[in-house]
Write a protein that binds this ligand. Sequence first.
Ligand code: ACO
Length: 427
Amino acid sequence: MPEKAELRIGNETIDLEVLEGSEGERALDIAELRSKTGFITMDPGYANTGSCESSICFINGEEGILRYRGYPIEQIADQCSFIETSYLLVYGELPNKEQLDNFRESIRYHTMLHEDFRLFYRALPKDAHPMAACSAACAALATFYPDSLDPRDSREIEISVHRLMAKLPTIASYAYNHSVGQPFMSPDNRLSYVGNLLHMLFATPCEPFEVDPVVEKALDLLFILHADHEQNCSTSTVRLVGSSHVNLFAAISAGINALWGPRHGGANQEVIEMLQAIAEEGITGKDFVERAKSRDDTSRLMGFGHRVYKNFDPRAKIIKKACFDVLQRLGVHSKLLEIAVELEELALKDEYFVERKLYPNVDFYSGVIYNAIGTPANMFTVMFAIGRLPGWIAQWNEMHQHKHKIGRPRQIYQGPTARDVTAIEGR
Ligand code: ACO
């Protein structure tokens, strides 16, 4: 392994440091390229740009590997709860029993929102998308908790981390309660993290509500699978926004907005809408796959393709299996699941998808589970955000623990060269 690489530009040769990760990934350190040569590197979409060194999440997209802090996702999904996984991501190691109990207790303690938050939601239109409501509410936490905003103070960080983990399910449920005109349900701290979320979403003050353990387990699993995914769009957003030393609430609010987009977390809502449209309009799977391939049609096969995975997304494999299990245990027959399976089979045999290495991603089957457990489609991406929160927090924390610069890419300017302003009469 060379310690340096050489770059020749014209007659000049410069040395570039080579960095190597613990899994053998390699990078050229170009931080001083511009100051030494006047050149910058160009990489739209950052597909080939390493923005940080990180110890949180490892992905090998060619082999379909995902690990959190070294632990294979399959083992985490099988043996850990979402709260344990969150602890692992945020603090670096799996908790022992005492650490887990303390973490869980602290999160339970912070689940309530300030009463005035009810007024905040009431100011929003009923049909506001819950992702917009959640991102706004998350940013608004900074107005209620000015005592924990300093990203350089470890005590303030600790409090804001626990507050965020505890309050995001309450924020999400209030957004939903408001959109359907139901009373805001207060948290019930006797319940588990996920059980409490289900209670706040689906209970009403007038009827008893029992958390269904099948649904609780399924949601816990989905959150684990969503919990981190290294430098994806929303995580990079959290890091970039956080690099200005803004508070955690503001950085996470930005991440929620990035996640909302249909090319990212918003794909889970789009997948279910795609499956519903196919079912309602009687389009055949074959016709839809043709449409997704066509240059004259903007439709994509939502839930397929990934920037990093050029092989099966390991999360999609686990979710597909869970999808069949959950539907069977709930006794739900899902036409949408049948269509999804047909689309997957067609696409995996189709030259277009094979050539481009497009496989089902995490969003392809997750929406079918959310749908079967009664979650409205516009809440799917909110569920993803709750799952991704510990990953965003861990990445934000890690950035602050290391020396880092404010994120500030360069550009190649292609606009007009210097010219003079003509007076308005002469334009
Ligand atoms: N359906 C049809 N064609 C596709 C799809 C798809 N789902 N995904 C990619 N392609 C095609 C593109 O048209 C392009 O074809 P071309 O080379 O002939 O122009 C080629 O495959 C490469 O696609 P890009 O968009 O350039 O790949 P990129 O790595 O930038 O994008 C992305 C990855 C955004 C996930 C893309 O595959 C996509 O839009 N998928 C559908 C949306 C989706 O499921 N997003 C969720 C991703 S997982 C997550 O964020 C949680």
